[in-house]
Design a protein around this ligand. Structure first.
Ligand code: MN
Length: 522
């Protein structure tokens, strides 16, 4: 593998990287190549390929140089022992922060269905101080899923289930449809092989017929739009993902002949006005199915998705779903939050001729709370010449508090059409989420100490605590735990609680046990 080829592949996917960006990416590539030089994948390939693929994924989502560099370095701390300090020295604080964030996420292990929802929620709350960390983790997982067949069989199923139950929903909530779909379909095969085969067969049988119908529709549509004087548009067909189809069949308990969106015709136009005009034209050629006309432009889905949907009789008795949207809506549907990470408010190139009001109304409200500095006054961003959505990353990092919408992550994720957000008050603002060394999440009140942690894990551990390590370092017992700390409690048989612990214990649980233990002793 030629070095320059890999770097060039990354740079080619970036949107007009500056000389500085190019230099940074090249430097990170050389650094990663050296750090991982003796490191191989299960496939036997050099580990570097995984890092390059992760970086390419990030570049194709339009992420900036820093995020891409963090993608190249994301396994260097955990796997080959590079010190976070070294990363900071070579690449700066922000990249160190991103790499450490991804490293922490890697400590979380999937513990099975009964706990996954809770873990999922806490995982996010505890670690997504910056949404870029999650996006890197998603692209890391995507490449791991693309190469899952090389992983020992015993591990495959766990990884596939974890992907379906944790990572695909995260991609969904972040609105990154393109990643969600691929993650789901890659995982489906290993998580539920029988269902996968059955669904695949069903879909294959139906696809030919549906694609022929779409072709016909597409030709008729182009003619009608032309006659109506709409010349600026493009169409594309999308076939439903296998897992998404499987889920829908299971949920509705109906046969595949009752699923109308196996394939959909997409019409992409410049403005919102065009969307409604096109909807009218579509309905004038093909009769719509009543109750299937959905205006997600006026009322976007909770994850920000916007489009007009309608299901029409295609003339031959078959039904086809038609989705109408602007270029911006299309990009947001595919790239979600990734398409927003790089802007500051109001500077996003909008749909041609779009009034400001529409833009305001449809900007992902919740994105703001996830993106450091979003909506605040920040350094100017460079918008590329072609006025595309990709702009260069800002250089500032301002920690933000957890957004409210994360709370709804733990709830039943029924279906994209049906779930509703529950924007309750932010109960997480006064909790910290810390990890056991094996990745279990323990939530505690803010300012909790290792003593609280020990008792939260088990009263025996609290009662015999000898010392505590936070992130690998011995700490005093009055240390205030921070989000995403990894806490290890050392115990000795002879150790007993002391009255001093009452001063540092914040939780009622810990205090009660300490008192009990002291009373027993005296
Ligand atoms: Mn990795």
């Amino acid at each position: 593998m030629s070095e320059m080829t890999s770097v060039k592949e990354i740079l080619d996917l970036m949107d007009g990287p500056s000389a500085e960006d190019t230099e940074l990416v090249l430097k990170a590539y050389v650094f990663a190549a050296e750090a991982h030089k003796d490191h191989k994948r299960f496939s036997g390939e050099p580990y570097l390929i995984h890092l390059v693929e992760t970086a390419k994924g990030l570049a194709s989502l339009g992420m900036g140089a820093k995020t891409i560099v963090a993608g190249l370095l994301h396994d260097s701390v955990e796997d080959v022992g590079v010190l976070p300090e070294t990363i900071e020295k070579e690449f700066g604080k922000e990249i160190r922060f991103l790499v450490e964030g991804v490293t922490k996420l890697g400590h979380l292990k999937y513990r099975g269905a009964e706990r996954h929802r809770e873990s999922l929620r806490k995982l996010l709350v505890a670690t997504s101080k910056d949404v870029r960390v999650l996006i890197i983790k998603l692209m890391d997982r995507l490449h791991n899923m693309r190469t899952l067949r090389h992983v020992p069989e015993a591990k495959r199923k766990r990884i596939a289930l974890e992907t379906l139950e944790i990572y695909a929903p995260i991609a969904h909530r972040l609105g990154i449809g393109v990643v969600r779909r691929e993650l789901e379909d890659l995982a489906f095969e290993f998580a539920q092989p029988d269902a996968y085969e059955k669904t695949k067969k069903l879909l294959t049988e139906r696809t030919k017929e549906t694609v022929e119908r779409l072709d016909k529709l597409d030709r008729g549509l182009k003619r009608a739009l032309g006659e109506a004087g709409i010349t600026e548009f493009r169409t594309d067909a999308r076939v439903k993902g296998l897992f998404s189809l499987y889920r829908k069949l299971a949920r509705k308990g109906v046969g595949i002949e009752n699923i109308y969106d196996i394939a959909a015709l997409r019409i992409i136009v410049p403005t919102v006005d065009d969307c409604y005009r096109v909807l009218g034209i579509v309905h004038s050629i093909w009769r719509p199915l009543p109750n299937k006309i959905k205006d997600y432009i006026t009322v976007p889905k909770p994850n920000g998705y916007q489009s007009l949907h309608t299901t029409v009789f295609a003339g031959d008795g078959g039904l086809v779903e038609v989705q109408i949207r602007t270029e911006r809506m299309h990009r947001e549907a595919e790239f979600g939050i990734a398409s927003h990470v790089l802007y500051k408010e109001g500077e996003a190139p909008d749909d041609a001729g779009q009034p400001l009001v529409e833009r305001k109304q449809t900007s992902f409200e919740w994105v703001r709370s996830l993106i450091p500095g979003f909506g605040k006054k920040v350094d100017p961003v460079a918008i590329s010449d072609d006025n595309s959505m990709k702009v260069r990353e800002r250089n500032r990092y301002v920690p933000t508090k957890m957004p409210e919408w994360i709370e709804s992550l733990g709830e039943e994720d029924a279906d994209e059409e049906e779930f509703e957000t529950s924007l309750k008050s932010d109960i997480f603002s006064h909790r910290v989420f810390v990890f056991t060394p094996t990745g279990d999440v323990i939530d505690l009140p803010t300012d909790s100490s290792p003593v609280d942690f020990a008792y939260a894990v088990h009263s025996d551990i609290g009662d015999h605590m000898w010392g505590a390590k936070v992130n690998g370092k011995l700490v005093p017992l009055d240390t205030k735990l921070q989000n995403a700390d990894i806490v290890h409690i050392e115990t000795r048989k002879s150790a007993r609680p002391s009255a001093k612990w009452l001063d540092v214990a914040k939780t009622a649980l810990a205090r009660r046990h300490i008192r009990l233990s002291i009373e027993r002793k005296s």
